[in-house]
Design a protein around this ligand. Structure first.
Ligand code: CMP
Length: 139
C-alpha cells in the first residue's frame, strides 16, 4: 500500500470543548503521522471558498457561519491508505450514524458541528491542504 495524505480540521465546537488533545491522540494511535498543523480562525470568505463544492446546498450558509465562528485546527496527515482509513476513524458525517469508537461518535455535537472534517479523495486532500499549508510548513 502507498503512504498518502489526508487533510483534517478540528471544528470550532470540538476545539472550544477542549477535545483537541483527545482527537489528536486517536489520530496518532491509529497510525497517522502529522505532516503539518496549525491553529487558526477562518474568515467567512475563506470558509466559503473551502466549502464552495457545497455552495448550492441549503446548509451552505450555516456551515460557513459555523466554520468561521471560532478557532479550528488544520492538519495534514500521512498513512497508508490515509483518506479511507481516516474516514473510517472519524465515522459517518452525521454522528447519529457514526459507529461506536469513532471520533465523531465520541466528540461530535450534531451533523453540522461534527467535530472534524476529513478529505473524501486524494485529489481533494491535496486541494484542501493547499488552502492552509505552504511547502515550508510541511514536514
Ligand atoms: P464535512 O466533512 O466538514 O463536510 C461538509 C460538512 O457539511 C459536513 O462535514 C457537515 O458538517 C455539513 N453537512 C453535511 N450535510 C449536512 C446537512 N444535511 N445539514 C447540515 N450540515 C451538513
Amino acid at each position: 500500500m502507498n503512504r498518502n495524505l489526508t487533510f483534517t480540521m478540528i471544528k470550532p465546537t470540538a476545539f472550544k470543548n477542549n477535545n483537541t488533545g483527545g482527537i489528536l491522540k486517536m489520530i496518532n494511535d491509529a497510525g497517522f503521522v502529522i505532516k503539518a498543523m496549525k491553529l487558526t480562525r477562518l474568515s467567512p470568505e475563506f470558509a466559503g471558498d473551502f466549502y464552495a463544492v457545497h455552495k448550492e446546498r441549503p446548509f451552505y450558509g450555516a456551515l460557513v457561519d459555523f466554520m468561521s465562528s471560532g478557532p479550528i485546527i488544520a492538519a495534514l496527515l500521512e498513512k497508508d491508505n490515509a483518506v479511507d482509513d481516516y474516514r473510517t476513524l472519524i465515522g459517518a458525517t452525521n454522528p447519529e450514524n457514526a459507529v461506536k469508537g469513532t471520533i465523531r461518535k465520541m466528540y461530535a455535537t450534531n451533523l453540522q458541528q461534527n467535530a472534524v472534517h476529513g478529505s473524501d479523495s486524494d485529489e481533494n486532500a491535496n486541494i484542501e491542504a493547499d488552502f492552509f499549508f505552504s511547502k515550508t510548513e510541511r514536514y
